[in-house]
Design a protein around this ligand. Sequence first.
Ligand SMILES: [Zn+2]
Length: 443
Amino acid sequence: MELKEAVAKATETKELVVETGAIDRVGEVLRRRFAGRGAAIVADENTQAAAGRRIADHLAADGFAPPRTLIFPGRPMLGPDYANVERVREFLREGDEVPIAVGSGTINDLVKRASHELKRPYVVVATAASVDGYTSFGAALVKDGFKQTLACDAPLAVVADTEILRNAPPPMAAAGYADLAAKIASGADWILADALGIDPLHPVGWPMVQEGLRGWLERPSELAAGSPAALGRVFTGLALTGFAMQAMKASRPASGAEHLLSHVWEMQHLTKNGVPVSHGFKVAIGTLGTTALYEILLSIDLPHRDVESHLSSWPSWAEREREVRAAWGGSEQAEQAVIECRAKWVERDELDRRIALLRERWPGLSEKLKGQLIPYGELREMFRAAGVPTAPEEIALTRERAVATIPLAQTMRRRYTILDVLYELGLLKECSERLAASKSYWR
Ligand SMILES: [Zn+2]
């Protein structure tokens, strides 16, 4: 899909400027989209130094009133706490300027939500190609002690200067690369859910991400070397993923089983050398894990596999509920997991029908899945070249802990993925054990 066409199909974002020197076009965007209203900049000390100051100077030289600025400290790392949203909101309320978020994940989420509460469209100037959250609706924030996605509109305009992206710490672009590569595995999950009539492929959400995906992931070593072109490719892919989510008001185009694994690790607050492990790096290990599970599943002769004894012991919902609660050991997440599992629970007759359909469609479906996936060894090489971790130990997980996450991740959300297919076929344990015993997967 052409970039122009993708922007036209985005429901909230109207401008996407990704190029070298893009930062000097903020004034142009303000004239075109906001009738030349002035700007209020929200940044932290690092992003202010990287980009905020130059935007302010440029706007002043371009005939705009000097922007008001709210600068958060560079250290400790800014948290996605709702109290910070309130600070941004009160700062913005003192004027009527266009909010400009200068930063990546957290700054963008804070300004996104604060602008939404003030009903004011905003602009983000991205300083790292690190996440697909720039252009997604909703912001991941901690409110009332819980990390949650609060509803809010995506930015009206996104500006990414590849020269600035280049100055961000290299692990940030590597994390963005992994979050983008995850769409290969989550695409396979969507193909599965579509084939079983659970979640049809969306006419906009599917092609917007999948058509360009392999191209955006090309030449990962150039990304690691800081090539503006490679950074631009990854940023564009991440932005378009956000547009696909805008179009569907759902995260299906962006996330599957690999993100469910990462969500479990997110709750465990993994840190390496005292620094929180990035979203993208957790997703990387999740993506390799689900790719491995796909390869194991694809090695099984499903149409002839005997699943009768498994089916005859299919639990009742009451039994299943006890199982889910036990898996979460009375933690707060247990309640949510029960709700999510209930939403995708099927009785025995429905399960029989589903498995019959899967067996019947498997010859064509397995070919489609193979076409979608990147072989594990190849994906691992791409990750290594991009500077992305490939083994659980690199994100402060033991191999045992990583494997033990697989059945938990299946219960996290109602989204139907390979984990559900394996669970419903009675193969989840066997495939996890094969992954654990493997000499190549997660090594
Ligand atoms: Zn993600």
